[in-house]
Design a protein around this ligand. Structure first.
Ligand SMILES: *Cc1c(COP(=O)(O)O)cnc(C)c1O
Length: 384
């Protein structure tokens, strides 16, 4: 069967993956080697040095390209080094328009690393595409979208922003980490680049750090491969193998997590001690219809505030959950809870944080694949 005809649950197992030709091993071997023997200078089997190419990494890159309906996958040592590589395709003087409600590490990378090299970043509320239009000028080269946003779970209209960008020859990149390729495929809506922290849903077991960029565009892929080799922020073969293994159950894990998240969001919304619940699967959420349009399910991330909006109440809740472990990160099989203001979003200045709604009382959770009755019982205990 041709890989682009496969449905998602078949792709995760088979697309871009062949049994090992030398032994028949059904699982991709971990090619733990730094170099490859050449028969004569320049005569080799496609592999010379493992920073440039590694067979385990190649399989993961091809598999990811299929999952995002792209042509090229380029893997990096972490999600942030994947984002870093994309920004390195720009030059001094170029401008980027980014979501204002985004991963704290991306904000830090843009402002602390790249502003000093002469790049300019505008952070806007992408709930209204008009805010993006207002920042576009002759130097705008890239629109950086995160959707669902982190941690407010707003839904950004990928298609609308692609239409605005295309008219002005601006590239669009979507950080698709929160959705995973099972829920959302930005390249289908016309985005030029998709990036992932594979550390999250793709790996899925909280045991590896890895990043990836996927594109259909040969020129962009060549440039990113060049940066991958020139800067050298590559993942090791063991880490590639862990992500390949995680991906095989991506659809099962994400689907169960989303079902659990829907029930938990409804439970929280009805709870007398809870104030605001942000989850795109709730009818009360302003991105509800848009999530239906561009996502398979509304995801497994929820954020909310308590009626008692003191930081003490939030901290008490965060220490009182037992099944929901207090930790940064997301997308693993286990449920996690965290405090954006002091943890994941601590690197974003207070004024910026408050503009997007990341108050001291906001709580974010990543819902895992446990039995939902147990998860709700844990929340009930902590809220009591
Ligand atoms: C975690 C995360 C990143 C960074 O990925 P690392 O693998 O930790 O470097 C980038 N974007 C989003 C949305 C993330 O959640």
């Amino acid at each position: 069967m041709k890989e682009d005809k496969m449905k998602f649950g078949t792709k995760v197992i088979h697309a871009g993956i062949e049994p090992d030709p030398t032994t028949g091993a059904i699982m991709t071997p971990i090619y733990q080697t730094s170099t490859f023997i050449q028969e004569a200078p320049g005569v080799h089997k496609g592999y010379e040095y493992a920073r440039t190419q590694n067979p385990t990494r190649t399989v993961l890159e091809n598999n990811l390209a299929h999952l995002e309906n792209g042509k090229y996958g380029i893997c990096f040592a972490s999600g942030l080094s994947a984002s870093d590589a994309i920004i390195k395709t720009l030059s001094a003087g170029d401008e980027v328009i980014s979501s204002n409600d985004l991963y704290g590490g991306s904000y830090r990378l843009f402002t602390k690393q790249y502003e000093k090299f002469g790049l300019k970043f505008h952070f806007v509320d992408m709930n209204d595409p008009q805010n993006v239009v207002e920042k576009i000028n002759g130097s705008t080269k890239l629109i950086w979208i995160e959707t669902p946003t982190n941690p407010m779970l707003n839904i950004v209209d990928i298609e609308a922003l692609v239409n605005i960008a295309k008219a002005k020859n601006i590239l669009v990149c979507v950080d698709n980490t929160f959705a995973s390729p099972y829920l959302q495929n930005p390249l289908d809506w016309g985005a030029d680049l998709v990036c992932h922290s594979a550390t999250k849903y793709l790996g899925g077991h909280s045991d590896v750090i890895l990043g990836a960029v996927i594109t259909k565009d040969k020129e962009l892929a060549d440039e990113l491969h060049f940066i991958q080799n020139a800067s050298g922020a590559i993942p090791g073969p063991n880490d590639c193998w862990l992500v390949l293994r995680g991906i095989k159950t991506l659809h099962l894990r994400v689907e169960r997590s989303c079902q659990n998240a829907q029930k938990i969001a409804e439970y929280l919304e009805a709870h007398p001690k809870v104030n605001q619940v942000n989850y795109p699967g709730l009818k009360s959420h302003r991105g509800y219809e848009l999530a239906k349009k561009q996502m398979r399910f509304p995801g497994a991330m929820i954020s909310f505030t308590l009626k008692d909006d003191s930081i003490e109440a939030a901290k008490k809740f965060l220490s009182d959950t037992k099944l929901f472990s207090l930790a940064e990160s997301l997308g693993g099989v286990e449920s996690l809870v965290e405090h954006p203001a002091t943890m994941t979003h601590g690197s974003i200045p207070l004024e910026e944080r408050l503009k997007t709604g990341v108050t001291d009382s906001l709580i974010r959770m990543s819902v895992g694949v446990e039995d939902v009755e147990d998860l709700i019982a844990d929340l009930e205990d902590a809220l009591r």
